[in-house]
Design a protein around this ligand. Structure first.
Ligand code: THG
Length: 296
């Protein structure tokens, strides 16, 4: 698992400290976060300004500049505003930008792919269309086929596409949680050469902070069974880093054995193993999720 690509999620406009710092063009908190994420060894720093309708281009260009003043870590430019995206790409050192993201929406796909071609940047292919969220694994499969066709037309090869199935919270819709795992198992046949990624923390949105890592990590290991290439993650989750660095391979094997249908007796497991096993059960839809899923 040594080559797994981590994109740090922590530099985002939703943060109570960083949001205002972005608006006030106050570089210190932003540079501080970029340095801390770099210390944690992330492969990319996600620079998330959200929709940023007004002045997004100036904000993104400014952010890229102040971040590149303190770190050489490549940047994932996270915005739905394509003018802001281009401003960020222009400001980025060559080969250091990942476009996050291009959706299938008619208003975005062509402009986004043209930017990917022009700046020779990899891009995240977000499987969100004019109809909104895909309903199941098959709709995701149809979307990526359409996306690849459009990308090929504009000269962006599969190797530059990081497919994002769109992870949604377990508290909202278990069928969507299962659909992303199923879709990952289909992806290498549908999209040869393409890479993959996801916003991992979405899975535990709304769950008590100290319990979120159990769901995040278990879901990551489930998706990795089917070849997930990268994920947008909490840079400061040390346990997640341990998993990526091969320090928890016994638990990885346990999770994968359960996915292969092995019936595991929770009472025979260590306390730590039992928590991951219970998390597999709720994420696979085998037992009902509630906020006390680790206790019962
Ligand atoms: N796919 C792609 N890009 C994405 C997402 C995705 N970008 C945004 C998001 N989803 C991934 N990034 C985050 C960032 C923060 C959190 C979750 C996902 C998060 N933050 C804490 C919270 O809201 O409670 C803390 C916020 C803070 O103060 O920093 O959960 O799916 N391509």
């Amino acid at each position: 698992m040594g080559n797994f690509i981590r994109i740090g999620e922590n530099l985002n406009v939703m943060s109570k400290i960083l949001g205002p710092a972005m608006k006030e063009r106050n570089p210190a908190p932003i540079q501080d976060m970029a340095k801390k994420e770099t210390e944690k060894g992330v492969d990319y720093i996600d620079v998330n300004i959200g929709p940023a309708r007004k002045g997004g281009d100036e904000m993104m260009a400014w952010l890229v500049k102040v971040i590149q003043d303190v770190t050489d870590t490549p940047l994932a430019l996270d915005t739905t505003n394509m003018e802001a995206m281009e401003a960020g790409l222009k400001a980025c050192k060559k080969g250091k930008a990942l476009i996050n993201s291009i959706s299938l929406q008619t208003s975005r796909i062509e402009a986004g792919l043209k930017l990917a071609a022009k700046y020779e940047a990899d891009c995240i292919a977000l499987l969100w269309s004019d109809q909104g969220m895909p309903r199941d694994a098959n709709e995701r499969a149809m979307h990526i086929v359409d996306f690849m066709a459009k990308a090929a037309e504009i000269g962006v090869p599969n190797e530059k596409l990081w497919v994002d199935p769109i992870v949604s919270p377990i508290s909202v819709e278990i069928n969507q949680v299962k659909a992303c795992v199923e879709f990952m198992s289909m992806l290498k046949d549908i999209a040869p050469g393409a890479k993959s990624t996801c916003g991992l923390s979405n899975i535990s949105n709304g769950v008590q902070d100290n319990l979120r890592p159990w769901l995040n990590i278990t879901y990551l290991i489930m998706l990795m069974k089917h070849g997930l290439y990268s994920a947008i993650v909490d840079s400061f989750d040390e346990t997640l880093n341990d998993f990526i660095n091969g320090k928890k391979d016994n638990i990885v094997r346990l999770i994968h054995r359960m996915m292969d249908g092995e019936k595991v007796d929770i009472n025979s497991l260590s306390a730590e193993e039992a928590k991951y096993a219970k998390s597999v059960r709720v994420l696979a839809g085998e037992s009902l999720f509630s906020n006390s899923w680790l206790d019962i």
